[in-house]
Design a protein around this ligand. Structure first.
Ligand SMILES: *[C@@H]1O[C@H](CO)[C@@H](O)[C@H](O)[C@H]1NC(C)=O
Ligand SMILES: *[C@@H]1O[C@H](CO)[C@@H](O)[C@H](O)[C@H]1NC(C)=O
Length: 326
């Protein structure tokens, strides 16, 4: 997109360069360019990424992306697809869309955030309208919490004023200081506007490991009783993602404070990946990096990081995370 802006800059500058030679036509040329610019917003959008309240999302394209890139997550796929297409097509949402993604690292939470961003803005995570915050990276020092709070609020306010359809992604939500969660709460609520700014078209995505163990337990229960993973229904995860499940020392606070006020619209569980899903991810990742798919390497990488219901072994922190490129 940076290139696009530069191109637009050149377009506008070009008539100025002619000035010395043809002073009279300058006004005309400039007027022409400006009229084109103003009356053809689509043309403008070819050069620079646009934030338009009418920005649409193709349900088919999103579905295709999820189907071809996200494996072993039938629940997440379904919820994300319905939540997003419903929200974006609603001309007057009552509150911003808030999604809470739960599961071990490497199951696809970051990946799904990336897919969402890309389906709304071509620039994806690099778009000017998509903001990613990682708790330990952006807000590391408890002693500076007041500063972070002010910053975060002014960023959210500033960005949503500039673009109503802004996307905010908060990674490592379980490591976020309670004060910061308090700071963003008002923006998630049912207000028509706060100090003249409406947040109802914004999208907030929270990622965390909270509840991951419970989700794994449910998956294991299904496996033990000989049922297919795809038979797991959202309602089977209800307990795993309920308030009580989060009442532990690490993730209790933010959850209960957001859940109590019904500020989270959708809880999205990410199941632990099995060997076959990992292999699918690895193949896609190899292809996207321009390598030939080598089944030997695929198997070796997958073995490195397999979740096996039999052994109940799972290594979420292994370095290779094919399903969640950062
Ligand atoms: C807190 O912020 C101030 C001002 O930006 C900075 O000088 C200080 O080093 C920060 N403290 C920590 C612990 O990062
Ligand atoms: C938008 O958010 C970014 C952080 O992602 C921040 O650096 C920037 O200053 C914000 N813009 C406004 C206008 O507040």
């Amino acid at each position: 997109m940076k290139l696009g802006r530069a191109a637009l800059g050149l377009l506008l500058l070009a008539p100025l360069a002619v000035r010395a030679v043809e002073p009279i036509s300058l006004g005309l040329a400039l007027a022409g360019v400006l009229t084109g610019y103003i009356s053809y917003p689509r043309l403008y959008c070819l050069f620079a990424e646009c934030c338009s309240p009418k920005r649409s999302l193709s349900r088919e394209a999103l579905q295709k992306d999820l189907d071809s890139k996200l494996f072993g997550q039938h629940l997440a796929k379904k919820v994300i697809l319905n939540a997003l297409s419903g929200f974006i097509s609603n001309p007057k949402p009552k509150k911003p869309l808030t999604l809470s993604l739960h599961g071990w690292t490497g199951t696809g939470k970051n990946f799904v955030s990336k897919i969402i961003a890309e389906n709304i803005y071509e620039g994806g995570l690099n778009s000017d309208y998509v903001h990613l915050f990682v708790a330990t990276l952006h807000f590391p020092h408890i002693s500076n919490i007041t500063l972070y709070k002010d910053q975060l609020q002014s960023w959210i306010r500033g960005n949503v004023s500039a673009c109503a359809r802004s996307i905010f992604i908060f990674d490592e939500m379980d490591k976020m200081h309670a004060g910061l969660i308090d700071a963003i709460k008002p923006y998630l609520d049912y207000y028509d506007n706060l100090d003249g700014v409406s947040y109802q078209k914004a999208i907030f995505i929270f990622l965390s490991n909270a509840g991951a163990e419970r989700i794994t337990d449910v998956a294991l229960d299904f496996w033990r009783s000989g049922k297919q993973r795809e038979e797991i229904k959202l309602k089977d995860m209800e307990h795993a993602l309920s308030v009580s499940a989060f009442n532990n020392k690490n993730s209790g606070f933010w959850h209960s404070s957001l859940i109590d006020r019904n500020l989270i619209d959708y809880f999205v569980p990410f199941l632990p990946l099995e060997y076959k899903h990992l292999k699918m991810c690895i193949r896609v990742e190899m292809q996207s990096r321009g390598y030939e798919v080598d089944e030997d390497i695929v198997s070796r990488v997958a073995e490195e990081m397999t979740f096996s219901p039999k052994r109940r072994e799972f290594s979420p922190t292994k370095a290779v995370k094919p399903c969640s490129p950062s």
